[in-house]
Write a protein that binds this ligand. Structure first.
Ligand code: DC
Length: 228
């Protein structure tokens, strides 16, 4: 039987990653944060002293990543810095970089890995920017998660402060707007909702409300119910 696929797209700090993680936990599904793949390629490039504007180096880094990637690589905290985030947004606009990373994502959706403890997954949840439009256009259910730039900047600012990183709210907001424009404006696989995506604005919602809404939609469309 074909595993169930849930596609979750949306912009930075929209809440899509939190939703994907929590849905995967309660539904017993494998989760892939596809942004971490692009981030790992950007980190590799920066560590090698490469320039994100140099296409050949970026493609080489993405190719190396696609050959060596292991899921635990996505836990590397070094990929979460804003410097890596900005470089990632640049290299992810390069079509040949995206082509390298596409297969990793499709393989994950088609053959989701076992869950911790060896349990068989009921399917895969992928979150990113182009999952519903390019990576898994046939996903069983698609969400497009948004929140106002101000809400997203406030969330990211709080998160950075809690990590002891000193940065102003205005700088975070400016960075957020710049990244949105680049992610949505690129010609290859721009961030945009699939025509059949369920739109979800989390600006005025708690994490629990977002989860409850999404679980209701998943049950309606696929019949999947929480395992716990
Ligand atoms: O979701 P994130 O902030 O970790 O994503 C980092 C960058 O990677 C973001 O600027 C856009 C890019 N990205 C992408 O182009 N396609 C994806 N499927 C996921 C992320």
């Amino acid at each position: 039987m074909k595993p169930i696929t849930i596609a979750i797209d949306g912009n930075a700090a929209s809440g899509k990653g939190t939703l994907a993680k929590r849905l995967a936990a309660v539904l017993g599904m494998a989760h892939m944060d596809t942004g971490s793949l692009y981030r790992l390629a950007a980190l590799r490039l920066m560590e090698e002293g490469g320039d994100p504007a140099d296409e050949a180096s970026a493609v080489a880094a993405a190719t190396a990543l696609s050959r060596s990637y292991r899921p635990e690589d996505s836990d590397n905290p070094d990929i979460r810095t804003d410097t890596v985030g900005q470089a990632t947004s640049r290299i992810s606009a390069i079509p040949a970089v995206r082509a390298q990373i596409l297969e990793l994502q499709r393989n994950f959706a088609m053959q989701p890995p076992a869950l911790p403890g060896g349990r068989a997954p009921r399917g895969a949840i992928l979150d990113g920017r182009d999952i519903g439009t390019v990576v898994c256009p046939d996903a069983d259910i698609k969400f497009f998660v948004t929140a106002s730039p101000e809400t997203r900047a406030a969330r990211r600012h709080k998160e950075l402060q809690s990590k002891g990183i000193s940065v102003t709210y205005d700088a975070v907001l400016a960075d957020m707007r710049e990244r949105d424009a680049r992610d949505a404006g690129r010609s290859t696989a721009p961030m945009k909702p699939a025509s059949d995506a369920i739109m979800l604005d989390t600006s005025a919602m708690t994490v629990d409300e977002v989860l409850a809404f999404a679980l209701g939609k998943v049950r309606e469309k696929t019949g999947l119910m929480p395992t716990e």
